[in-house]
Design a protein around this ligand. Structure first.
Ligand SMILES: [Zn+2]
Length: 494
């Protein structure tokens, strides 16, 4: 028995908090009890991620890696530090990020650096000066690259593990094209990738928006982003993709020779799936009052085996369970045999709280019958399965569990949108934790005051216009009364 097993009895196995009514408590407690993040590190916004959350995020990363590589993106890795001069090159960009940048100013015993270094808040200003050296001719494009890394932003607002941290894990993809059309096609591809991975693999329903001009990525032309719904009725931004136009190419001198041997500026996009934030959304959306419910595709342990050991049969039961473990392991499942000396009941509660999708129980009677008991965490249901069918059964059940989690999340999202034509109706929708669909004068003008007024009076933010469905504006802006050009969605957000 390992030392961590010995500690088990002192750990909490039973979790029960009403998630819908008490979401902030639920979230804080599940992070602590399921050992997802330890807030005792002592630096605001920085948290260690123990194995249970990190292993899950690692698998989430893998799904993104696979999708990006399939679409001909190549991985690379840039340094964590960016010289200050790079950040000042793109004035508009700097205004967007400078207030939240962590700076390194000295080394050793206070020796000042000649040039301050930023801990990357995002890597445009690190990568694009190199792109200006790497890109020479139209033959070098499309250039599709990405990196897995962590980024640093000194969030002024309150921090919370995963959802709002000062260091978070993400993928950033930076792509270069010879035409604006090529860049726009990449934006559409990114949106498809978001749907495939975030909804398809993580089971999180999304709405995809074109953000307003006052809410876009600093320095870019347009931002497109997916939102999902949290249990408290607020939406949270999941991956966003940005049409950077040729603004950054002009700032960082990314030029190439076209087919007519003329010099031209390149067109760029960037895409940033924040995996740690998506993990926060994942546990929030799929979890229930008893704790986590991890999708089968993502769970660090897809199957946990619990031997029902009683007296003289102990060796035979353990032997039986070990064989099952080997069989499932060989079949490619992530399987864990829990043979510590805690009671089976304690282990049931513990692994249910941890969200393991499938539990296999086996005792003396099961050996005799050549069967096992299979328990599925999503709907808390038990059934007996013949040993010879177990592999096939688990494969099918895993798919079913993922589908159930997805359908349950989708059902919550649907029917949440209400039409609102006045400020009062938007306010009413916000109070009820709904999403308001409302006409707006325009999302295309920076410095519009209608947005501020909606925010002040209703607490909701304009998330933009839907690009995943076709909608035509009618009616008037509820604030200024001008003829509406756009249909927008208003929601409280993270
Ligand atoms: Zn207006």
């Amino acid at each position: 028995m390992s030392s961590s097993d010995k500690n088990k009895e002192s750990k909490q196995a039973i979790f029960h908090i009403n998630k819908e009514e008490n979401f902030p408590d639920w979230f804080g407690e599940i992070c602590r009890v399921a050992e997802l993040a330890d807030i005792r590190y002592g630096v605001k916004g920085f948290t260690p991620f123990p194995p249970w959350s990190y292993m899950t995020m690692d698998i989430m990363f893998d799904f993104y890696d696979t999708a990006l590589k399939r679409k001909r993106h190549l991985p690379m890795l840039f340094p964590t530090v960016i010289p200050e001069g790079n950040l000042t090159k793109e004035t508009e960009h700097v205004e967007g990020f400078t207030p939240s940048v962590f700076w390194i100013g000295e080394i050793g015993d206070g020796e000042k650096l000649e040039e301050r270094l930023a801990l990357r808040p995002t890597s445009e200003t690190a990568i694009y000066p190199m792109y200006s050296l790497w890109i020479r001719s139209w033959r070098d494009m499309p250039l599709k690259r990405y990196q897995r890394c962590s980024v640093f932003r000194s969030e002024i607002k309150s921090t919370r593990p995963f959802l709002r941290g000062r260091e978070f894990l993400w993928i950033e993809s930076h792509n270069v094209f010879t035409t604006h059309e090529g860049a726009l096609a990449q934006v559409m591809e990114d949106i498809e990738t978001t749907k495939e991975v975030v909804t398809g693999d993580y089971g999180l329903p999304i709405m995809v928006f074109k953000r307003t001009q006052w809410d876009k990525f600093p320095g870019g032309l347009n931002t497109y982003a997916a939102d999902t719904l949290m249990p408290d009725g607020k939406v949270i931004q999941l991956p966003s993709t940005h049409d950077l136009g040729d603004n950054f190419a002009r700032a960082f001198d990314i030029k190439y020779l076209n087919e007519n041997n003329e010099t031209a500026y390149a067109w760029q996009t960037c895409y940033g799936p924040a995996v740690s934030r998506m993990f926060g959304a994942l546990i929030s959306v799929h979890g229930d009052d008893k704790g986590l419910r991890l999708p089968f595709k993502l769970a660090p342990y897809q199957v946990v085996i619990i031997p029902i050991i009683k007296g003289k049969n102990a060796d035979a039961v353990l032997e039986y369970c070990k064989k099952i473990e080997q069989t499932l392991d060989k079949a490619g499942f992530r399987v864990h045999l829990d043979d510590c000396d805690a009671t089976p009941g304690w282990k049931y509660n513990y692994w249910e709280m941890k969200g393991v999708p499938i539990r296999v129980e086996a005792g003396p009677r099961d050996i005799k019958e050549e069967q096992v008991v299979v328990f599925r965490r999503d709907i808390m249901k038990r059934e007996s399965v013949a040993l010879k069918d177990l592999k096939k059964h688990i494969k099918a059940l895993g798919k079913e569990i993922d589908q159930t989690l997805k359908s349950q999340a989708e059902a919550k999202f649907e029917g949440l949108v209400v039409d609102a034509d006045t400020i009062g109706q938007i306010e009413d929708a916000m109070d009820k934790g709904k999403i308001a669909r409302t006409p707006l004068c325009t999302i295309e003008m920076e410095g519009l005051s209608c947005d501020e007024e909606i925010k002040d009076k209703t607490g909701g933010e304009i998330r933009g216009t839907r690009i995943d469905i076709d909608e035509k504006a009618d009616g008037v802006c509820p604030v200024c009364g001008k003829v509406a050009q756009d249909i927008v969605y208003v929601a409280r957000s993270y």
